[in-house]
Design a binder for this molecule. Sequence first.
Ligand SMILES: [Zn+2]
Length: 264
Amino acid sequence: MVIPHHYWYVITSTNSKERKRITARWDLKFRRRLRAWEELEAVRLMDKLNSNTPCLTEKADALVWKASSNGLFNTAAVYNKLTSGQVLPATELIWKNVSPPKVKFFCWLVWKGRIKSRAYLQSLGLMDQNTRSDCVFCNEELESLNHVMLLCPVVWQVWSNLLKWWGMQWVSPQSVVGLLDWWRGIKWRKVEGIIWKVIPLATLWSVWKMRNECVFNGKQPLMVELLELIKTRVILWFKAESRDSFYSVQELVLNLQHVRQILC
Ligand SMILES: [Zn+2]
């Protein structure tokens, strides 16, 4: 089978005036005629491919040098970065945030790697040999901090859906510290920026609360419910700060990309 060169992609502009949606279908080319049973398999494959929103766009991947404002590498930016002192971007994201204080404190502990994941307790010798050490969401990997908060396929879906809610696609960083650093590095206009900064804190907090519900109360992980809960928390915490917001929580949750254009 030849790997397809053409795939469907979706471009969604955050600007409502320019909003456009392009859809296409996978174009699979085979080197020989398919046998009857293979055709059935091909149909099954197409159904599967078309049932998911592809995560690729026509935009090529590119490296961006975050130390320069234009994203291009230059030695002056390296020098400035090295000599600019003790800037800790992730902590600035955490503490200069409209999330509740207990959430900020929790996320600071996450950033420091102090959350009592099963891997952490195991490393301290505090876990019974018979106690489960796998992730409660996927039941496949050791529950480390980076896994349960970010890299677990189930949790990764939540992050990806939140970025889609914002109108972005992403490639996940490999650690929570990298995630917070990346998040801090993206600039938005004032009001947008306030909401943007709440998202990672609300997500880390909500994922950990859901994890505890599953571990200690035997709750089944409901990721759709979790996603809605995170969106609602983000908007509630934002609105608590911006009391003059004209829009309801529901309107902001359902139409965030559209409202962002008007708010800013
Ligand atoms: Zn997992």
